[in-house]
Write a protein that binds this ligand. Structure first.
Ligand code: HEC
Ligand code: HEC
Length: 464
């Protein structure tokens, strides 16, 4: 009798355990499926217009909406030289690249290299030189060429980009042409560059979804890093640790083409200084080098030129612009393209999904499912993408995996399809064909696909 009881007991206990395990597995399956299927609707938008990148996250509260619209106003406003009638909006320059943030980040989207007229509208040239393994600015021109200036002050100089064509043959015999940029300069106001100065073109990236990226936890990024390639898959992404200027702490860089900024506050104040010549409490010095006498002598637009309250509004704006949701994601060719993207190794760097951690200022951005398609790590991308400029500890051939969300909407929003850090790629496909170094294996896999399957991958990318 006792024995029978025990048997029945064991039987039922096993049944309960089995049932719990099945339940656990099915819940897990649902959640990992969700992670793939949906970006949280509270923080993303579904629009296919020129304003696709310009919407606030739907869950933004009314009080923050006020800061958001204030920030949008400042992002689009043209700044003027000091002194001017609107004191709070003067202080531009003396040397600068553009009079407004949105001049480069057009419609909160991305910039491009000059058109046929050669004018730099939404792209800058970074400068640096390496000496004894340390990075220095060019002595006369600094870290960035400012090609414009206020009246009475010379601009630094003008750049020109020319391209040479390179043939690349795909496995099915198709020949594609890639354009390799070559930068030259004219009208340099302060003489020649230092002999060792190197140049790198940088287009303005999209600026939506950035608060959500701030909220990704360090653990989630560190999980993907493999600096010594211990798993031996040919990919050795590494974290770019950055001294964050506002907090003076060492943090994981996430923003910029080389992940040179860890926080948006650092990026925004840096942009105000480098791109527009606006001083802030974080960067109080004007951006003139020693030799630029008349630049140094100009009156300023207040100390600082951009106030903490203005920075706060810009910050909320940058943190709460919503990423667009994927379109037509259940169509067969797009599902198949998504499968191929994973299969040939693109996802090894372009990590699709995250659940955000805690955003200290915006609980709306915490614990959300997002799909940026990036690991935020630096990768050696080979000689073809090495243009000589080192930044912080990032080498000239190392680039951060850029997020791919919204990439299919760039054409609608910005009326162009120029990709990669300097916009050299004239299509998404050309961007893929430039991958080298750690990205070479995935590129070679792409090259060996037939035309139908290549198109599926491109259709998938265009749906993001
Ligand atoms: C002259 C063009 C230009 C202007 C003006 C400009 N930016 Fe940028 N912005 C860029 C470029 C180029 C980058 C990429 C820099 C890099 O990584 O080397 C960038 C990057 C950024 C990023 C990081 C985005 C990311 O995901 O990596 C933010 C945020 C940003 N800018 C905000 C601003 C704000 C705010 C202003 C106005 C105060 C501004 N920018 C003005 C060209 C510009
Ligand atoms: C080793 C990591 C790695 C792998 C693997 C990889 N990428 Fe990239 N990808 C990058 C980096 C880094 C860049 C930026 C390079 C630059 O701007 O010079 C980039 C840029 C891109 C861009 C342009 C994005 C933009 O905003 O300009 C596209 C599109 C892209 N990758 C798609 C793919 C596809 C498709 C695959 C698979 C065939 C792939 N990538 C595999 C790291 C990787």
């Amino acid at each position: 009798m006792e024995r029978n009881y025990r048997r029945i007991n064991i039987f039922f206990t096993s049944l309960v355990i089995l049932f719990s395990v099945l339940l656990f597995l099915s819940i897990n399956k649902i959640s990992s499926k969700e992670l793939y299927e949906n970006m949280d609707k509270e923080i993303s938008v579904n629009r296919e217009t020129r304003e696709s990148f310009a919407a606030p996250i739907p869950s933004l509260s009314l009080s923050k909406m006020r800061l958001f619209t204030g920030g949008r106003h400042l992002f689009r406003r043209s700044w003027t030289p000091a002194p001017s009638s609107v004191e709070s909006l003067d202080g531009l320059g003396p040397v600068f690249n553009r009079v407004s943030c949105s001049g480069c980040h057009v419609k909160d989207g991305r910039g491009r290299p000059p058109k046929a007229d050669g004018k730099f509208r939404s792209m800058v040239i970074k400068l640096s030189l390496l000496n004894n393994n340390k990075i220095y600015p060019d002595p006369n021109y600094g870290y960035q060429l400012n090609d414009k200036s206020i009246l009475g002050v010379p601009f630094e100089g003008k750049a020109k980009i020319e391209y040479s064509l390179i043939d690349i043959k795909l496995a099915d015999g198709t020949i594609k042409k890639l354009s390799e940029p070559y930068i030259t300069f004219n009208s340099l106001s302060f003489g020649k560059f230092h002999d060792d100065t190197e140049f790198s073109g940088r287009v303005a990236p999209v600026v939506f979804g950035l608060g959500l990226l701030e909220a990704i936890s360090d653990e989630d990024i560190l999980k993907k890093a493999d600096p010594d390639d211990i798993d031996n898959d040919g990919i050795s992404g590494r974290v770019h640790y950055i001294l964050d200027a506002p907090s003076k702490e060492n943090m994981i860089g996430k923003f910029g083409w080389k992940a040179t900024r860890a926080t948006l506050l650092h990026h925004i104040t840096g942009a105000a200084s480098q791109d527009m010549g606006l001083t802030s409490n974080i960067f109080p010095k004007t951006n003139c080098t020693k030799i630029q006498k008349s630049c140094l002598e100009q009156i300023n637009g207040g100390q600082p030129e951009i106030s903490d309250a203005q920075i706060e509004r810009l910050l909320v704006y940058m943190q709460t612009l919503a990423p667009p949701r994927q379109r037509n994601k259940d169509e067969n060719n797009i599902l198949e393209g998504r499968g191929l993207f994973k299969k040939i190794g693109c996802e090894n760097c372009h990590t699709s999904s995250y659940k955000t951690g805690v955003h200290p200022q915006h609980p709306e951005l915490s614990h959300r499912i997002i799909k940026p398609y990036s690991d935020f790590l630096l990768h050696d991308m080979g000689e073809g993408l090495d243009d000589g400029v080192n930044e912080d500890s990032a080498k000239s051939y190392e680039w951060k995996t850029p997020p791919l969300w919204g990439i299919g909407l760039v054409k609608t929003v910005n009326k162009h399809t120029r990709f990669l850090h300097d916009g050299r790629a004239k299509s998404i496909e050309e961007a893929i064909l430039w991958h080298g170094g750690e990205g070479k294996k995935a590129k070679d896999n792409y090259i060996s696909l037939n035309q139908k399957n290549r198109k599926k991958i491109l259709d998938f990318l265009n749906s993001l």
